[in-house]
Ligand binder design. Sequence first.
Ligand code: UD1
Length: 363
Amino acid sequence: MYKVLSVVGARPNFMKVGPIHRALSTKENIESIICHTGQHYDEKMSKVFFEDLEMPKPHIYLGVGGGSHAEQTGKVMIEFEKEVIKLKPDLVLVVGDVNSTLACSIVAKKLHIPVVHVEAGLRSFDREMPEELNRLVTDSISDFFFVTEDSGEKHLLHDGVDPAKIHFTGNVMIDSLVHFKEKASQSKVLEENGLTPKEYLLVTLHRPSNVDSIESLTTLAEILNAVAGKIKIVFPIHPRTLNNLKKNNLSIENENIILLEAQGYLDFLQLMQNSKGLLTDSGGIQEETTFLNIPCLTLRDNTERPVTIDLGTNILLPLDKELILENLEKVINDDWKQGQIPRLWDGKAAERMAGIIEDYLSK
Ligand code: UD1
C-alpha cells in the first residue's frame, strides 16, 4: 500500500485537496492521508470547509496558527518533519502557493520523499508577493507537476523542467465547483440576507497590498460607499481585513453594504453564482468566475492566472477609484466580455491526477 500525504494549510487549499483525496481513495493500492498544518484555524476559515466539502477530519493536525512568515513557515517545518519521519509517506502532495506549501515541500525533499506540486508553474512575476516566492521555491524542488493552464507549462519549461514531469491535468478547484454547484444552490444565504439574484455585487479583499495600509483601506471604503448608491454590496470579511479595519479605527457603514463574516464554501459559492459581478483580490475567485462566466474585477497589478484574462471574464485594475467605478458601472449595465472555459476545467482533474500518481508510484 502506497501512502500519499496531502498537505492543506489555508482556506484556498481545502477545495483543491478535497477532490484529490476522493479520487485517490478509489485506488486500491493507495492510502490517502491528509495533514492540516493549522495555518488557518478559525472555524469559518477551516472547519466549515471540511464539512461543506464532505472531507474527513484531517488525519494529522499540526496546529501551528498565525505568526510572521518566518514563524509560521518555521513552525510548520518543525512539526511536519516529525510527522513525515513517523509516517514515511511514499509521496507528499502540496497545492497552491501558501506558506504551508513551501514549508512542507522543503521538509519532504530534505527527507528524500518525492513531492508533487498541484497548480504548478503559475507566476505573477511580482516577488513582493509572498505567494510568488512560495511558488518559485516549491516548483524548483518538486519531482513532478500538475498544471492548470498553458502559462504554467510554459514557465516550467522555461525554467528547464523535463517535459515528461509536467502534466496538464486541468483545474482541480473547478472539480469542487462542479461537484458542489447544485448543493450550493440549496443554501439559504440569499434569503437570510434579503438578496435577489443578480441584484448585488460580491466583494472579497485580503491581500496585504490592498488591506495592510490605512490609505488603501480608506480608498476601498470610499469606492464601496460610492457603488452602494447604485447596487447592493455583499462583503464577507477576511480576518486579516477585519483586524486591519479595527486597528485603524475604520468602519464601513452603509445600509446598502452587507458585511458578513468569512463564509463557508457552499454559502460563498451560492453568493458568487448569483452575483452580478465580483470585486476581489483573490487568486481562486478569478478562476471560479471565469468558469461561471461572471464579471470579475481583480484589484491587483498582475495575475499568476492569465488565462482568466485571455479567455475568461477577469480584468486587472489598480487601486484607482475612478477606474474601478467606471468598470463597476459596466458590470451593473451588463456591458461585459463573454468568457470561455479554459481547457480541461471540466470537473475531472482529480481523476487524471490520481491516475498519474498511481503510475508514478508503481514505477
Ligand atoms: C493566506 C495565504 C494567501 C491566501 C489566503 C487565503 C500565505 C502567504 N498567504 O493569507 O495566499 O490567499 O491565506 O485566505 O500563505 N487569521 C485568523 N484566523 C484564521 C486565519 C488567519 O484570525 O483562521 C488572521 C491571522 O492571525 C493573521 C491574518 O488573519 O493576522 C492573516 O492570516 P495568514 O494566514 O497570515 O495569511 P492570509 O492573509 O490569510
